[in-house]
Design a protein around this ligand. Structure first.
Ligand SMILES: *Cc1c(COP(=O)(O)O)cnc(C)c1O
Length: 424
């Protein structure tokens, strides 16, 4: 079921015409569906409930996909934990009311301050990415007389068969520790002060459309857990990461029930607690970016729609060559003649192109377009490049819609700069 669809000729999110949001709040503007966010989270919840007791799993939403307080609060109320990759995201998770014992801290370059914060707040688990990091955590935790649960993020050396910039589980990627050297590290970790190495973590990449790489990675993790137990480590938790893909152009996404069946068959025989860290598959299809056409620029062989959203608002096409469907917010007539447009932003970079050759009905300046599936890695990656303010974010629920982040003011962006006295 789609939460974005045409009704009476207008594109709606739930029961709000998107035109209404653009009229009230301007463009570009991100809109998110409460219902879709909840449904996506609950799909994981029910798939796991079907295979294991409720108190044996934690679904830690990956905040980096979209860390808006309203979204974290909504998911938190439904029972979500949080996967955070910085002190900033940890702060966001706490502020939104996510309990400390449902927060996992991942990331390859944690600072001493961030680690100390995680230790003091007694979070669920720190996922460790290297031996020097383990030593740092041990030292900081011992100083606080704490016992911090850690998991090594292992790199299982499987090809996730996804975009090269979002694959993370191959041996040449910077992520995790080589699975072959894991047993020796766990032996060392067992006797180190301040830490309890009770978990194993894996995350092989993002936007995986196929379950086979997950199955392969899970099997390697299961073999590792058995080996660790044979050498005397106590392993109570397996963190399987995130990464389930979503359709950006009508592809068939992996089935969550089948994904859960892999967990049931490969991981549950180990008798461990399970942590999942989905991000994109929860927020991605819950969001759209609304943008208005400013100019129509036609040359002999090209038609450009110059829109008011840019690569600073939604970076994925420029960064990964990602595809986003673009819909007209006015429903095209049944027999409308489609025209190929290059939909481009105003930023001074050639890569500021949302789509080359988007098939749209004849589009006028001022037309409103929806860039689809923009709920994950959209607003959270936005920047001020070209001194463009971060766009507003709106949360829709049935017929209601409210601002969950106002548009940034240009004055506020510039006010942060400082001219040193010696220059004045
Ligand atoms: C980014 C990330 C995730 C979330 O990935 P999705 O593809 O958005 O589900 C989960 N775990 C870790 C460690 C990550 O870096």
């Amino acid at each position: 079921m789609s939460t974005v669809s045409y009704k009476n000729g207008l594109l709606h999110m739930e029961n709000v015409p998107l035109q209404k949001i653009a009229q009230k709040h301007g463009t570009p503007v991100y809109c998110y569906s409460t219902q879709r966010l909840a449904e996506n989270f609950q799909a994981y919840q029910s798939a796991l409930r079907a295979i294991m007791p409720e108190d044996k799993f934690t679904i830690c939403y990956a905040c980096k996909a979209n860390g808006n307080q309203a979204i974290l609060h909504l998911l938190g109320k439904l029972g979500a934990g949080a996967d955070v990759v910085s002190g900033g995201e940890m702060y966001r998770a706490f502020k939104a009311g996510i309990p400390h014992d449902k927060i996992v801290f991942s990331g390859v370059g944690k600072t001493p301050e961030e680690i100390a914060g995680a230790v003091r707040n007694d979070i669920l688990q720190i996922n460790v990415e290297s031996e020097p990091e383990l030593v740092a955590i041990s030292g900081l935790a011992a100083k606080e007389s704490a016992k911090t649960h850690v998991a090594f993020r292992v790199n299982p050396d499987v090809d996730a068969n996804t975009h090269e910039k979002i694959t993370t589980g191959k041996s040449e990627n910077k992520f995790g520790i080589d699975i072959k050297s894991a047993p020796a590290l766990y032996r060392k970790a067992k006797d180190m002060a301040g830490i309890a190495p009770t978990g194993v973590a894996v995350h092989i990449g993002s936007q995986l459309m196929d379950l086979a790489p997950f199955a392969e990675a899970f099997k390697r993790v299961a073999t590792l857990v058995e080996e660790l137990r044979r050498q005397g480590n106590i392993i109570t938790t397996v963190d399987l990461g995130g990464g389930l893909g979503i359709p950006y152009k009508g592809e068939t996404p992996p089935d969550i029930a089948k994904y859960a069946a892999l967990i049931r068959d490969i991981i549950l025989p180990l008798n461990v607690g399970v942590i999942l860290e989905p991000g994109r598959s929860i927020a991605g299809d819950a969001g759209v970016l609304l943008t208005r056409v400013r100019y129509l620029k036609e040359s002999e062989d090209r038609r450009f729609l110059i829109v008011d959203a840019g690569m600073n608002d939604l970076m994925r096409p420029a960064l990964y060559g990602a595809h986003h469907e673009i819909l007209s917010c006015n429903e095209p007539a049944q027999n409308a003649v489609m025209t190929a447009y290059d939909v481009v932003g105003p930023v001074c970079e050639t890569s500021d192109t949302f789509r080359a050759g988007a098939e749209l009905p004849r589009t006028d300046p001022d037309a409103l377009l929806a860039i689809m599936t923009a709920g994950a890695y959209g607003a959270s990656m936005a920047s001020n490049y070209n001194t463009r303010p971060l766009p507003a974010e709106i949360l829709v629920s049935d017929e209601q819609f409210d601002v969950i982040r106002p548009p940034q003011k240009i004055e506020d962006i510039v006010a942060a700069d400082v001219i040193p006295e010696w220059l004045a």
